[in-house]
Design a protein around this ligand. Structure first.
Ligand SMILES: *Cc1c(COP(=O)(O)O)cnc(C)c1O
Length: 451
C-alpha cells in the first residue's frame, strides 16, 4: 500500500448552526405557529390538547398527488378514504378538489350522502355490508366492491328484475412480494377465486362488472408491489375482454402510499426513505399504459389514497404537566394527551417540538401521556430540551387515522380546528362534554341516585 502523503494540520472554524441568544447547540427548532397562527393563541382560544389541521396543506397534497397521476395517465379519479379522517369539513375539502368518496361501512356511506356526494360517486368497500346497506347503494347507483362470495350471493338475491344492473367491482388480493400478504380482503388472484367471481358476475346477467379493485397494504415502502398489482388487475381485465367479451370500465388501485412519518424502529427518518407519489404513479401507470389496451379502452384509474394526503396536515398541540426521574435515572415528561387520542404513536415516532424558546441543554427522555395505563407512551425515546410544566408542545404528522380511531377513555376528546388558506381558524369539532358522552346512557329506576 502506498504511504499516505503528509498534510500540514490547520485550524478551521466550525459552523454548528446560526447563533441565537440561546446558543448554537441543538438541531431542535421550536414550532411557535401553524400556518401563521400562533400556537399560544390556538391553545388559548380552543384549549389544550387540540388538533389543528391545515387546509392549505391538504389541498397541496391532493393537487400534487393528482398531478403525479394525471400527467402520466389520461383518466384519473381520486376517492377520499373516509376512514382516514371523516370529519365532514375535511371530507368537503377533498370533495371540493374533485374527489369522490370511498367508504367501508354503512355509517361512512351515510356520512358521504350527508356531505352531498352523489350516490354514483361513492365507492362502497368493506367486508361487512348488510342487505339494507346494499339495497340503498343499489338504489343510489353506487359502486359496490364485493369482498366475498356471500356478498355476491346477497347482491344477486337483491338484483332480480331491476331496470338497471347494479354496478359492482370485485376486490382482488394477490401476492405482490410484500409479506405478510393482505389476503383477508377480497378474492385471491393466484388461486383462481378472483376469476371465478368475475365470471360468475358476468354469467349472472344481473350485475354490471364495472371495475376491479385492490388495496394491497398501507404505508407501503415499495413501488414495485404496485407494478405487480397493476399487472395482475390488468391481466384479469384483459382476459375479461378477450375471453368473456366484457370490458372493464375502471381499475381501482386503492391507497397505501406512505406519509413521511417515521416508522418505529426505522433506521432513517421517513422524509428520507419513503418513495414519492411520482414514483408510485410511474409504477402503476407505466403498467396500465403498456399492457395492450386500445387507447379508447384504457380503464379509468381510481386511487383511494388516505394517509399520504392528510397526515402532514395534522398537528396535535398539548401541554407539559410534569417531569420526573425514573429509577434508571432516565428523564420522563408527562403531557396532557394520551395514546387514546394519538393512536398512531403505536406505529410512528412522531416529531414532538417545543412551542416556545428553550435552554440549549437537551436530554434523551420518555414522553408519557396522562392515562393511568402503562401503555400510554407517546415517545419511548426522544431528544428534547428541558420542558417545564405549562410549556406547550406540537406533535406533527398526525392528520391520518387519529381523528377516527380516537377513543373516549377517562378523558374527553379534544376540539379540532381547521386553519384555512387565509389563516382564519374554524372550530370543526367541539371538544366533548360530559353530557355528550353520557347522552346515550340510561339509568334503571332502582339504581337512580336518591335526591
Ligand atoms: C384504509 C383504506 C384506504 C386508505 O389507505 P391508506 O393506506 O391510508 O392510503 C384505501 N382503500 C381501502 C379499501 C381502505 O380500506
Amino acid at each position: 500500500m502506498e504511504k499516505l502523503k503528509y498534510e500540514k494540520p490547520y485550524i478551521k472554524k466550525l459552523h454548528a448552526g446560526v447563533m441565537n441568544k440561546f446558543g448554537t447547540r441543538t438541531g431542535i427548532q421550536p414550532v411557535k405557529s401553524i400556518e401563521g397562527v400562533a400556537v399560544k393563541s390556538l391553545v388559548e382560544q380552543y384549549g389544550s390538547p387540540v388538533f389543528v389541521l391545515s387546509e392549505k396543506q391538504i389541498r397541496k397534497n391532493y393537487r400534487s398527488a393528482y398531478r403525479a397521476f394525471s400527467t402520466r395517465y389520461p383518466k384519473v379519479q381520486f376517492a377520499w378514504s373516509y376512514k382516514t379522517n371523516y370529519l365532514n369539513a375535511v371530507c368537503q375539502v377533498f370533495h371540493q378538489e374533485g374527489s369522490w368518496a370511498e367508504v367501508v361501512s354503512g355509517f361512512e356511506y351515510q356520512k358521504a350522502l350527508g356531505n352531498g356526494v352523489p350516490g354514483s360517486k361513492i365507492i362502497f368497500n368493506g367486508p361487512g355490508k348488510s342487505n339494507d346497506e346494499l339495497q340503498l347503494a343499489i338504489e343510489n347507483d353506487s359502486l359496490i366492491h364485493i369482498d366475498h362470495f356471500e356478498e355476491l350471493n346477497q347482491l344477486l338475491a337483491l338484483s332480480n328484475n331491476l331496470p338497471n344492473k347494479p354496478r359492482v367491482a370485485i376486490r382482488v388480493n394477490m401476492d405482490t412480494g410484500v409479506y405478510p400478504l393482505w389476503d383477508r380482503f377480497g378474492f385471491n388472484y393466484e388461486n383462481g377465486e378472483a376469476w371465478t367471481a368475475l365470471s360468475k358476475i358476468i354469467d349472472s346477467g344481473k350485475l354490471q362488472l364495472a371495475g376491479l379493485h385492490c388495496h394491497i397494504g398501507t404505508y407501503m415502502l415499495t413501488t414495485a408491489a404496485y407494478g405487480i398489482a397493476a399487472t395482475k388487475l390488468c391481466d384479469l381485465a384483459m382476459r375479461c375482454q378477450t375471453q368473456l367479451g366484457h370490458k372493464i370500465a375502471y381499475i381501482d388501485m386503492g391507497g397505501g402510499f406512505p406519509s413521511t412519518n417515521t416508522l418505529k424502529g426505522a433506521y432513517l427518518p421517513g422524509n428520507d426513505t419513503v418513495p414519492s407519489v411520482d414514483d408510485f404513479a410511474e409504477a402503476i401507470t407505466s403498467v396500465m399504459l403498456n399492457f395492450g389496451f386500445a387507447n379508447d379502452d384504457l380503464p379509468l384509474l381510481i386511487l383511494e389514497s388516505g394517509r399520504l394526503l392528510i397526515d402532514d396536515a395534522g398537528y396535535l398541540l398539548g401541554t407539559v404537566i410534569a417531569n420526573k426521574r425514573l429509577s434508571n435515572s432516565k428523564r420522563a415528561a408527562i403531557v396532557n394527551f394520551g395514546v387514546n387520542i394519538l393512536f398512531t404513536s403505536f406505529w410512528y415516532e412522531h416529531q414532538i417540538s417545543p412551542a416556545q424558546d428553550f435552554a440549549p441543554h437537551t436530554e434523551n427522555m420518555v414522553v408519557y401521556g396522562p392515562l393511568c395505563m402503562n401503555i400510554d407512551v407517546i415517545r419511548e425515546s426522544i431528544n428534547l430540551p428541558l420542558l417545564n410544566p405549562g410549556d406547550n408542545v406540537v406533535v406533527h404528522k398526525v392528520g391520518a387515522y387519529n381523528m377516527t380511531q380516537w377513543m373516549q377513555f377517562i378523558t374527553l376528546r379534544p376540539a379540532v380546528v381547521l386553519v384555512d388558506e387565509q389563516q382564519r381558524t374554524h372550530l370543526i369539532r367541539s371538544n366533548e362534554t360530559l353530557e355528550y358522552t353520557e347522552g346515550p346512557e340510561l339509568m334503571p329506576e332502582h339504581l337512580k341516585a336518591s335526591k
